[in-house]
Ligand binder design. Structure first.
Ligand SMILES: CC(=O)SCCNC(=O)CCNC(=O)[C@H](O)C(C)(C)COP(=O)(O)OP(=O)(O)OC[C@H]1O[C@@H](n2cnc3c(N)ncnc32)[C@H](O)[C@@H]1OP(=O)(O)O
Ligand SMILES: O=C([O-])CC(=O)C(=O)O
Ligand SMILES: [Mg+2]
Length: 293
């Protein structure tokens, strides 16, 4: 069954209460942050807290990632040294601009894994693209390491780099979102959209989730537990979609048995890509623990 990453919840790495409770809200993944939600004065304390939390807290089996500081800052290397030892599922690499950035992180992790006797390749990577340069290099970034499980866009930094701001329609993000999505699909890894910072604007958030789902993203980075239910509602297949998908698959199996490729169902042509999409709907429903029988 595919791993769902509809909701990847950021949790500030300097907030023990939020770190302790983050797993109870039902997000698909938790991303504990050592980067931009932690002030320069708290970097060392947060790193220590996150290390201890990963070693001792019970996250209820939810996937945990840690967003480290970039390696071209004074904190990046220390973050890797501590966090690899604490063994999260993956390290989120912010502000990734080139394939070399990913390879540098990969080599550093390999060195630490070797040093501590951890199986090589245990710690995965999730690259976030947050600049025009990063978006242009997305295709190379997405295949730069076997550790990569996904690629994301970070829109707040991205629009700052572009010298613009975020609009409700997101026209300024369309090209970057598409490049990142294409890169993810070409590499066979997850594509995850960016945070929506206006946490009290539920309608604006829902509109953005509908947009990124339509584009093809697997899910969204989120910053608040209240955003989880909205994403799940939009991403989870409806009963009607599930029923229709089951009928498509049944009809295709029947056609296969009769030796015909293209068939029609309710007056619409059904061929291979349509059957594949129907399968994906059922996979998504099953992964969301919906009974499709
Ligand atoms: C551009 C970027 O880099 S974005 C990534 C970095 N940013 C972050 O990580 C920010 C994460 N989010 C937050 O810190 C907060 O949600 C804020 C500051 C945006 C809003 O905070 P609040 O107004 O307190 O949120 P709200 O009132 O909805 O909180 C309700 C409950 O959820 C908890 N909560 C809120 N956000 C989170 C979170 N991200 N993770 C875990 N728990 C959270 C609160 O602690 C509170 O718990 P309580 O009822 O037990 O006291
Ligand atoms: O990963 C994200 O979506 C948050 C982020 O850093 C950004 O928007 O700059
Ligand atoms: Mg950012």
């Amino acid at each position: 069954m595919q791993k769902l990453r509809r909701t990847m919840l950021y949790v500030p790495g300097n907030n023990p209460g939020m770190i302790r409770d983050a797993h109870i809200y039902g997000a698909d993944s938790i991303m504990i942050d050592l980067e931009d939600s932690v002030s320069l004065y708290e970097k060392d304390a947060a790193r220590l807290l996150v290390y201890q939390a990963l070693k001792t807290f019970d996250f209820g089996g939810i996937e945990v990632l840690v967003r480290v500081n970039p390696l071209n800052t004074p904190y990046g290397r220390d973050d890797f040294e501590a966090i690899v030892r604490a063994k999260p599922t993956a390290i989120r690499l912010p502000k990734t601009e080139t394939a070399d950035d990913v390879m540098e992180a990969d080599e550093l992790i390999t060195g630490i894994e070797q040093k501590i006797g951890m199986e090589l390749g245990t710690i995965k990577l999730f690259a976030a693209v947050e600049s025009g340069k990063g978006a242009l290099n997305a295709a190379q970034i997405a295949v730069a390491s076997k550790r990569l499980i996904g690629i994301a866009i970070g829109a707040e930094d991205f629009v700052t780099d572009l010298k613009t701001t975020r609009s409700p329609e997101g026209i300024e993000l369309l090209t970057a979102r598409s490049l990142i999505l294409f890169a993810a699909r070409a590499a066979g890894i997850a594509a995850v959209d960016t945070v929506y910072s206006d946490v009290n604007n539920e309608e604006g958030f829902a509109n953005e989730v509908k947009l990124i789902k339509q584009l093809g993203f697997d899910g969204k980075s989120i910053i608040n537990p209240r955003q989880i239910e909205i994403v799940n509602r939009i991403y989870t297949p409806t009963k009607t979609e599930i029923q229709k998908s089951k009928r498509i698959i049944e009809a295709s199996l029947e056609a296969e048995a009769n030796g015909s490729g293209v068939i029609s169902l309710d007056g619409k042509m059904i061929d291979r890509p349509i059957v594949e999409r129907a399968r994906r709907v059922l996979d998504l429903a099953e992964a969301a623990k919906i009974n499709v029988e």
